[in-house]
Design a binder for this molecule. Structure first.
Ligand code: UDP
Length: 437
């Protein structure tokens, strides 16, 4: 029997198919627009008491309800962006109007001011193809201290992927607005008697590279709420932190605690995000590293990963962190003869900070950092929280789901304890302040 084929006339012509695609695209754009506008109107109605109060307050303080500025909208079209007057938070909420009129999306790149147009590079001009967003990924990460490579780079790499009514992104934006804090301008924040250095990620990396290049001894620690809880009851550990040359703020807990004391932090300078940046710079500057700690084979796998990622990086030795007292001297001697400029010690807190305090001078390396579970992440032994969890300040929760048996005390008991101690300002002091040591 001959095979059945559809008559020629039943196959749609290319023109018909193109027209059908166009109809589908237009209708999905229309549905998207209706959804965006409906949500904008709903939010505006829900927030109307606040919006009215905000507008009146601006008028009372500065004599005008709104201010406006020319920005570039979709396809580079100029439009007047509205903001409520006055310095009170919420000025940008006036842009809800632009979402309702279709000039803005909910999520998208920051609007480019007309007068900044000349500062955009040719590749950045692509960003003008899409509508600006009321919420931008760059602004979220900046508020959470996670815009480590600069807002412009983030806007450029991410903004186009999230051009939609993305509820997860909107939740992140709300959270970042509530949790994010403005920087106070001070260079240190004191929590539980420990002075924490307030740095951007870039300036922290610069400091470490500079110290290594000039052979300046630098003991470095990263502190999170668990570290401060430990330091609260452990005088030796607190003393090691107070004696360190740099103590960086690791994670959302420290950010919140500093914010509650009226001192915003510039960045979340955690070891896990700092490590690749340090490796990149070390490779460029010809600085060598030694990785000490974690289970057998883990530091070695982390080293292989980083050397592949940053060609030219010199990792001059690795060793696990489960050696006996009888091997101590040999470990130190091996590091010394390796000639490493920077040594990363991953024994977990407080052991790593105490070990560095005791032995730094014998290691020959200018910079020594205590880095916790860092090698576990870069070796692939433990999965790191996805970026969305980190943007929400929930990296700790992700870790808890991965290792509940080991970490439940640290987070389930430790986090509330940290909050109570912070709120009660239950600081512990050493007799000698850091500057005098
Ligand atoms: N570790 C070690 N020697 C020890 C105990 C622990 O090298 O005697 C390692 C452990 O394998 C892990 C790191 O120290 O890689 C501690 O990780 P943890 O998750 O506790 O650190 P965090 O990053 O949470 O401070």
């Amino acid at each position: 029997m001959p095979a059945l084929t559809a008559p020629e006339s039943l196959h749609p012509s290319p023109e018909l198919r193109a027209a059908w695609c166009q109809i589908r695209r237009s209708s999905s754009e229309l549905i998207h627009r209706i959804a965006v506008v409906t949500v904008a109107i709903t939010v505006a109605v829900a927030l109307s008491p606040w919006l009215i109060f905000r507008a009146c307050w601006g008028r009372f303080k500065s004599g005008s309800w709104l201010t406006s500025e020319v920005v570039l909208g979709r396809h580079g079209r100029a439009l007047r962006r509205l903001r409520f007057s006055g310095p009170m938070p919420g000025a940008g909420l006036a842009s809800l109007w632009h979402v309702a009129t279709g000039d803005y999306e909910w999520i998208g790149p920051r609007a480019v001011r007309h007068r900044d147009l000349t500062e955009l590079s040719t590749s950045e001009l692509v960003r003008l193809e899409v509508a600006p967003g009321l919420v931008s990924l760059g602004a979220i990460r900046q508020k959470m201290g996670l815009a480590h490579d600069g807002v412009a780079a983030l806007e450029h790499s991410m903004a186009y992927k999230v051009q939609s009514l993305d509820l997860g992104m909107m939740a992140r934006a709300v959270l970042a607005t509530c949790l994010g804090s403005r920087t106070s301008g001070d260079d240190t924040v004191c929590l539980f008697g420990v002075d924490i250095d307030d740095r951007t990620m870039a300036s922290a990396v610069d400091e470490l590279v500079d110290a290594a290049l000039h052979g300046r001894p630098q003991r470095v620690a990263f502190v999170n709420p668990d570290c401060l809880n430990k330091a609260y009851v452990d005088d030796a550990y607190r003393s090691a932190l107070c004696g360190a040359d740099r103590v960086y703020a690791d994670g959302i807990g420290i950010r919140l605690a500093a914010g509650w004391r009226g001192q915003g932090l510039r960045d979340n300078v955690n070891g896990t995000d700092l490590f690749p940046r340090l490796c990149e710079r070390a490779a460029q500057e010809g600085l060598s590293m030694y990785l000490l700690g974690a289970r057998p084979g883990v530091a070695e796998r982390a080293a292989t990963t980083m050397v592949e990622r940053y060609p030219g990086l010199q990792i001059v030795g690795t060793r696990d962190g489960y050696f006996g007292d009888d091997e101590e001297a040999d470990v130190r001697q091996t590091i010394r003869t390796s000639g490493a400029d920077i040594v990363l010690v991953a024994f977990g807190a407080p052991r790593q900070e105490l070990w560095i305090e005791e032995h730094h001078a014998e290691l020959g390396a200018s910079v020594a950092l205590g880095v916790g579970g860092l090698f576990d992440f870069y070796s692939g032994r433990i999965e790191r929280a996805p970026q969305a969890w980190r943007d929400l300040g929930l990296e700790w929760l992700f870790r808890l789901t991965r290792e509940p048996g080991r970490l439940w005390r640290r987070y389930v008991i430790g986090n509330p304890l940290f909050v109570v101690r912070t709120v009660l300002r239950a600081d512990r002091r050493l007799n000698t302040p850091r500057g005098e040591r």
